[in-house]
Design a protein. Structure first.
Lengths: 46, 709
């Protein structure tokens, strides 16, 4: 069971990493225009 | 254009209702970014806005609007306070953040719970429970805030709502789990508490999105009309002035084709006036010195000076808007289905949980076991499925309506549309096209066409516009007619190779029957007649037939003449047709029907329909309608065909059926889960599975609406 001492912190760290990434993307206003952004990938920049 | 980094920057938000596809979005960004002085331009397709960063010394917002209009996009400044858009947006961000936190916490706690369920025991189980608690408790406190707040507000106002059982279930589940963990017991509900909040937040967020979508549609509909006008100073100079700054006895100039901004009296010039917005009457009316004109009327043919009598809130336009407000308030707040369900459901759940607690109190070993069962009851009965069903159905239905070119302003209108048993139409602009159409026009190679086209293009008169439109679709090149003069009330004249040509009233153009309707063109001694008819809107007859097959009664209420109304009634097969009705008459007629217990769908476009639109159970108006009508209506459609009325009704009926099915599923689930919970058989594992399964089932059922044809 000592393996838990490693695995649980690792899984929590990964979870925290995902959460931080999500909060960053939210702050970066990436969810403001879900309709427009799905098409942007199809257009070349300038 | 790259700018000097140190240059001063300002930002502006522009509202661009015409941005309807990805292509428009890219074009708008390109033409804005290539304008001088622009540092950054980013369009938002969901909100139909563009955010620009610019150098104020090189450009200004008006120049940007000008750039857009040259590229075919009407734009206006977007005041962020308008319609409460800005705070609503940050609310969406806030909900999304809470949803994200709840989601990540739920995932982690679930992983730990699975280890517990697969057989962790003794100190390992306690350790896993403690870690779950450490993750779940802060997450519940943060993510559950909207529910706790809603419950507090309701309770302090002495009311009950869905937030009360939700908050109670979550707080009890979390608190009891802490006790259970401290005691080293097997049944901790941390996973259920955080999952509940996660599912409920999805419903909240969907609901918020539908609502803010509807609100931004409403903001866009609030008129693109220019709000400045030309003031004529006593020395004859013209000065642009904002309409709000006008005061009585000032004089304004109204050019042909402009709307009159105030109530007033003509003090110079004569013209023809389109009163359709106010009276619903389609034929233009002659107005000269001392004629009364009202705000909202359209000046057609001559330039006039108007002495201001009333502005702003005192105009007839504003009076009608007040009538709309009053009708809206008078309409009893109709209960939404979800509210009706909630009112029975919330107290029932509490009574059940409390009686389970009291029943088990003597039987099990003390308060702890009884509390454990009461918590299980609260968790399984938590209205997850209900809270998800309504927003999901609304979101899917409004997306479907949007694809058909129909804006839904709020979810309650969708539910009301499904309940109507009578459809009342306005005539002009609703059953018929807003503009007259040529009937039996001269042949394409008739030499009269190029001349008629040239003269008609020079005029704003609706009949001229109809001729010009027809000529354009037939691909006719206008002739070179010079010295074109318009005589208001009579017609347009000009010179073609030195000869006089006239397009206008029969008598004026020199035709034999001076009083015949339509217009005549005189050239080289010939007279060519153009006859007009009111064209039925596309699919009007079919739509009326379809609606009556569905068992809805139909009626026409019009402000127009009796013969014109009778003709349209015959063409659409509607037997109940009332003509020459003033806005107040329409209102009285509707009130009488409502007193009989009818639920009416009103379809209309004129200012004169607005009070009726607001009073009716549900209402629709075309996008070509007056601003007041569009504001009063619950649904607005952009399509030219009237078939969307039948379509919208069909979608609303389906959405209602889906919603009732969802409630059915939730009820069936509760019928199984509640007895189990009350008799003490629900473990944390069963609670987690049952809750997720019912939520997913309900959402999948709601999504079926998306695929139905």
């Amino acid at each position: 069971m000592t393996i838990l001492a490693v695995l649980i912190p690792v899984s929590l760290l990964l979870g925290a990493f995902g959460l931080i990434a999500f909060i960053w993307s939210l702050r970066d206003r990436q969810y403001d225009d879900l309709e427009g952004d799905q098409y942007r990938a199809l257009f070349r920049d300038k | 254009m790259p700018l000097d980094q140190s240059a001063p920057r300002e930002t502006v938000d522009l509202l661009i209702p015409g941005m309807s596809c990805a292509g428009c979005m890219i074009r708008i960004e390109r033409c804005l970014s290539s304008a001088p002085g622009i540092a950054k331009a980013r369009a938002n397709l969901s909100a139909h806005t563009a955010h620009c960063v610019f150098d104020p010394s090189l450009t200004n917002p008006d120049a940007l609007i000008e750039v857009l209009s040259k590229n075919g996009f009407a734009a206006r400044l977007f005041d962020l306070n308008e319609g409460g858009k800005a705070p609503a947006d940050s609310k969406g961000q806030d909900l999304l953040l809470r949803l994200g936190v709840a989601g990540f916490a739920a995932m982690n706690v679930m992983i730990l719970s699975i280890s517990v369920w697969s057989g962790a025991e003794a100190s390992t189980r306690d350790l896993l429970h403690w870690i779950s608690g450490l993750i779940a408790l802060p997450a519940v406190a943060f993510a559950g805030k909207p529910f706790f707040q809603g419950a507090l507000t309701a309770l302090s106002a002495g009311r009950m709502n869905m937030d009360v059982p939700i908050s109670l279930a979550v707080i009890l589940a979390a608190g009891n789990s802490v006790l259970e963990t401290a005691r080293g017991g097997p049944d901790a509900y941390f996973d259920a508490a955080i999952m509940l909040i996660f599912f409920l937040l999805i419903g909240r967020y969907l609901e918020h999105r539908t609502r803010s979508h509807a609100r931004s549609a409403a903001v866009e509909l609030m008129g693109m009309a220019g709000r400045t006008t030309l003031r004529v100073l006593p020395d004859g100079k013209r000065l642009p002035i904002k309409v709000e700054e006008l005061s009585p006895s000032m004089i304004v100039e109204v050019a042909p084709g402009e709307r009159i901004p105030v109530d007033g009296r003509i003090c110079l010039g004569s013209t023809e006036i389109d009163r359709a917005l106010v009276t619903g009457e389609s034929a233009p009316e002659w107005a000269a010195l001392d004629s009364q004109v009202y705000a909202g009327m359209l000046n057609l043919t001559g330039s006039i000076h108007v002495e201001v009598i009333a502005t702003g809130d005192e105009t007839m336009l504003a009076e009608i808007a007040q009538m709309v407000d009053a009708a809206e308030r008078g309409k009893g707040r109709l209960d939404r289905i979800a509210d009706q369900v909630a009112r029975i459901y919330a107290p029932l759940v509490h009574i059940l949980a409390a009686s389970a607690f009291l029943y088990w109190l003597p039987a099990q070993g003390g308060a702890h076991g009884a509390l454990q069962i009461a918590v299980a009851v609260l968790i399984v009965t938590c209205p997850c499925a209900l809270a998800l069903a309504v927003p999901t159905v609304h979101t899917v239905a409004s997306a479907r309506l949007f694809k058909e070119g129909i804006f839904l302003k709020n979810g309650a209108d969708l539910e009301r549309l499904a309940q109507v048993d009578m459809v009342v139409f306005d005539k002009t602009g609703t059953l018929t096209e807003a503009e007259s159409q040529l009937c039996s026009p001269p042949r394409r190679d008739d030499p009269a066409w190029p001349v008629a086209a040239a003269l008609a293009t020079a005029s704003h008169h609706p009949l001229s516009r109809a001729i010009a439109r027809e000529a354009k679709t037939m691909g006719i090149q206008p002739a070179r007619v010079t010295d074109i003069i318009e005589t208001p009330g009579f017609g347009v004249e000009g010179k073609l190779n030195g000869h006089h040509v006239r397009l206008g009233r029969h008598g004026w153009a020199g035709a034999d029957e001076p009083s015949a309707s339509g217009v005549a063109l005189s050239m080289h001694g010939h007279v060519i007649r153009f006859q007009f008819t009111e064209a039925l809107r596309q699919d009007a007859a079919e739509t009326c037939a379809e609606l009556s097959v569905r068992g809805l009664d139909l009626a026409i209420l019009s402000g127009d003449r009796t013969d014109a109304v009778a003709k349209i009634a015959k063409a659409t097969g509607i037997s109940e047709a009332r003509a020459a009705m003033l806005p107040g008459d329409k209102l009285a007629w509707l009130k009488a029907r409502i007193a009989e217990g009818r639920r009416i769908l009103m379809v209309g476009d004129g200012l004169n329909d607005s009070p009726a639109l607001a009073l009716a159970h549900c209402s629709m108006s075309p996008a070509s309608a007056s601003d007041v009508a569009k504001t009063a209506a619950g649904l607005v459609f952009t399509s030219d065909s009237l078939a969307v009325v039948a379509r919208a009704h069909l979608i609303a009926c389906r959405a209602r059926r889906r919603m009732l099915e969802c409630f059915g599923i939730a009820a069936a689930y509760n019928a199984v889960a509640i007895p189990l919970a009350v008799s003490g058989f629900v473990t944390p594992l069963i609670a987690a599975i049952a809750m997720s399964a019912s939520s997913i089932l309900v959402v999948v059922n709601a999504l079926r609406l998306r695929g139905s044809r």
